[in-house]
Design a protein around this ligand. Structure first.
Ligand SMILES: NC(=O)c1ccc[n+]([C@@H]2O[C@H](COP(=O)([O-])OP(=O)(O)OC[C@H]3O[C@@H](n4cnc5c(N)ncnc54)[C@H](O)[C@@H]3O)[C@@H](O)[C@H]2O)c1
Length: 346
């Protein structure tokens, strides 16, 4: 037994979770990942983590309190929890809202209760989403330089924006977001809510419904059809996964419990869908064929995050520019194209 601090990561075989597991293991934490492997491709990350040696993998479902109890007992003396397990696709939440609710809202409640039972002093980071701000229809949108922008919100959307849950996914993640905050007020948990924009990076098995930057990269490398919903001028801010982990570090090290932070690439790292495709064409050296389809319900024309609160309180800022991140993602997809194609076919 070492004196190393111990961390439990729910959803640890997912994209962000897998990065977090190796990030913290490399910094001397004893890491346990907890995952039901329901996400396609998460078994590949699971194998990767098991080969890593320093990471323990426990299979379980956040909907089952007994599974969580077993994981906390196995991990022993948990000092920090990253709660990342989720049903992550808006489209799936519309077709099966009960499943979405059970995993995201009830699952988060179960994790919070397990923390209260087993590790009430642990730091707790919850991966929330900018979807809690809804469609932002009250902000005027203009077209500028071939992409959408807010008419009068130059720094982007801040935490002061009213909550307006839109879609079952928005509701279940938003309910969980508020539970995590309130468990700090009512039960004194050391919890943090991080409202994430579009996170991108390696080890993301993006599909059309979720993880669009990874999906476009995979589709362009594998030569799969690429559909754009809307006109492609919609804008998102892209945050490289390692930069997000930097914010998790700071929350755990010196955040004020109960805090909520927006975390996105911010104004400097925003890109339209068409710009991301152009960057991919630059990497590939050939055109990426695409078709256009109707807008999807609830799709914002523009979203980018105002990161000032995390900057002021924790000194955090994104470091990785879009071109640099896209080049790293492209190289990873190229190198792992066969495994990615196999995971898609499974
Ligand atoms: N990736 C993004 O751009 C982004 C943006 C905003 C918020 N988020 C949030 O960040 C978190 C991680 O996202 P990600 O991109 O790594 O997603 P992901 O799908 O790659 O990872 C989620 C993991 O949770 C696991 N899981 C699903 N249901 C489970 C259950 N019932 N019990 C246990 N494990 C379960 C899946 O198998 C998967 O490995 C999620 O909570 C997501 O809502 C992600």
């Amino acid at each position: 037994m070492t004196n190393a601090k111990s961390m439990l990561i729910t959803g640890g075989a997912g994209f962000i979770g897998c990065h977090a597991a190796t990030h913290y293991a490399e910094r001397g934490w004893r890491v346990t990942v907890f995952d039901d492997l329901s996400r396609r491709g998460s078994d590949i990350n699971w194998d990767h983590l098991q080969r890593h040696g320093d990471v323990r993998c426990v299979r379980g479902d956040v909907r089952q309190p007994g599974d969580l109890d077993r994981a906390f007992v196995k991990t022993g003396g948990v000092d920090a929890v990253l709660h990342l397990a989720a049903q992550v696709a808006v489209t799936t939440s519309v077709t099966d809202p009960r499943h979405d609710f059970e995993v995201n809202a009830l699952g988060t409640f179960n994790v919070l209760e397990a923390v209260r039972r087993h590790a009430p002093g642990a730091g707790f980071v919850y991966a929330s989403t900018n979807k809690v701000y809804g469609g932002l229809e009250h902000h005027d949108v203009i077209e500028r330089d071939g992409r959408y922008d807010f008419a009068a919100l130059p720094n982007g959307v801040s935490e002061a924006e009213p909550l307006d849950f839109h879609s079952p996914y928005g509701c279940s993640k938003g309910a969980a977001d508020q539970y995590v905050r309130d468990y700090s007020r009512i039960y004194g948990l050391r919890s943090f809510v991080v409202r994430q924009s579009c996170i991108y990076g390696t080890r993301q098995f993006g599909v059309e419904d979720q993880g669009w930057v990874a999906w476009f990269t995979i589709a362009s490398v594998l030569g799969l059809p690429t559909s754009i919903y809307g006109d492609g001028k919609q804008v998102r801010d892209l945050l490289w996964v390692e930069d997000l982990l930097g914010l998790y570090d700071l929350c755990l090290e010196r955040g004020r419990p109960g805090s909520i932070y927006n975390a996105g690439g911010g104004p400097a790292n925003r890109a339209s869908v068409l710009q991301v495709l152009a960057e991919l064409e630059h990497q590939l050296g050939r055109p990426v064929p695409r078709t256009f389809d109707d807008w999807r319900p609830g799709d914002q024309r523009v979203f980018y995050s105002d990161n000032q609160k995390a900057a002021d309180e924790l000194g955090w800022a994104p470091r990785t520019g879009v071109a640099d991140g896209m080049a790293q993602l492209f190289a990873w997809v190229n190198e792992h194209a066969t495994a990615i194609a196999r995971a898609r076919a499974a």
